[in-house]
Design a protein around this ligand. Structure first.
Ligand code: PHE
Length: 338
């Protein structure tokens, strides 16, 4: 029995050295020291021995068990460390490799154009103003002289949060918000996103506008023409003709749409201008005195003009972009160009 125990110990120690991984180590541990393992099986025969022998054999068996267990443990530790070491080597960082370059980001073309427009109008004395995109029906329609049943609402159908809360359809509500909280002179420029139920090659359900408003004593249609002419010359170039076409907006009277000479063909007629030689760029007019009633200005003392233009439209004309959807598709090949 004693010999058997000793040779079990020696064989186990010998084959421990031959093991190459954790899996075979744990299989071997079970085979030798497990509940049905070789050592345990040997010890089952202990009851056949005399009591004195039994205790000597038991003592030896126990020593062997403790010894083997610690050998298994240290072998296991060795395997684990070896694995960690291999992982570390895999993570080795070659500091001599060239770095990965990150491209520089840039402003979206619509933000560039917005900044340029603000710049031009700041030069003409306009101050930046902003308003919320989720707007009250009151500011978006009601106080702009567009009552609930007015047909002008048809052209500006939008997303309703509730009966009185909408996604604004234009930047004109900022006119009312600004006049409500300040006294003339008011000279503001307000860019921002607006929303309409509209989608085709030149219309998007979300787009951007920039609104201008100038209210003071003695502001006239001549001032409107002067400001817009200065803007067109500065932004599109001196010599680009513009014309005022009578139009209608519930919040301006009289109203005019402004066209510029086609920047693609110079006015001789092409596909972009539908062979008219002209491109519509904005809506404008003298502030309808009815609006002053909503903000507490005296219409006998003050007058003013307002205009609103689509920023995408301006960008499309400035850079010759044929499809409005290109602005929102996030295709870097498009966006990189500006
Ligand atoms: N708000 C008008 C629109 O979106 C444009 C406009 C602004 C017209 C200011 C006149 C004065 O169509």
């Amino acid at each position: 029995m004693i010999n058997k125990l000793i040779s079990l110990k020696e064989e186990t120690i010998k084959s421990l050295g031959d093991l190459s991984d954790q899996k075979s180590l744990s299989e071997m541990r079970t085979r030798v020291l497990g509940r049905k393992g070789e050592l345990t099986t040997l010890l089952r025969t202990l009851k056949d021995f005399q009591p004195e022998e039994r205790s000597a054999i038991g003592k030896l068996a126990n020593e062997i068990k403790v010894d083997l267990e610690s050998r298994f443990d240290s072998r296991e530790k060795f395997f684990i460390e070896e694995l960690e070491q291999r992982d570390l080597e895999k993570e080795f960082i070659d500091v001599t490799l060239p770095g990965r370059r990150h491209g520089f980001g840039k402003l979206h073309v619509l933000n560039v154009v917005t900044a340029e427009l603000i710049e031009v109008f700041s030069g003409l004395g306009f101050q930046l103003a902003e308003g919320p995109e989720v707007e009250l029906d009151y500011y978006n329609f009601e106080a702009l002289n567009i009552p609930k049943d007015h047909p002008a609402r048809d052209m500006q159908d939008t997303f309703y949060f509730s009966e009185n809360v909408v996604l604004r359809t234009h930047t004109s509500p900022v006119q009312i918000r600004t006049m409500e909280k300040s006294r003339p002179p008011v000279r503001i420029i307000c860019p921002g996103k607006v929303y309409r139920r509209d989608a085709d090659i030149t219309h998007s359900p979300m787009f951007m506008q920039i609104e201008g408003l100038w209210v003071d004593r003695h502001v006239s249609l001549a001032d409107l023409k002067g400001v817009l002419t200065a803007f067109v010359e500065e932004y599109f170039g001196v010599g680009i003709g513009l014309r005022f076409r009578p139009s209608f907006f519930p919040f301006t009277e009289p109203s005019a749409e402004v066209d510029i000479q086609c920047v693609i063909c110079g006015g001789s007629g092409c596909r972009t201008c539908s062979f008219t030689g002209w491109l519509e760029i904005l809506g404008s007019g003298m502030v309808d005195p009815a609006l002053y009633g909503f903000v507490g200005y005296d219409p006998e003392v003050y007058s003013g003009f307002a205009f609103g233009m689509g920023i995408e439209r301006i960008a499309m004309l400035k850079y010759g972009i044929p499809d409005i959807r290109s602005f929102y598709e996030n295709d870097v090949r498009f966006l990189r160009q500006f």
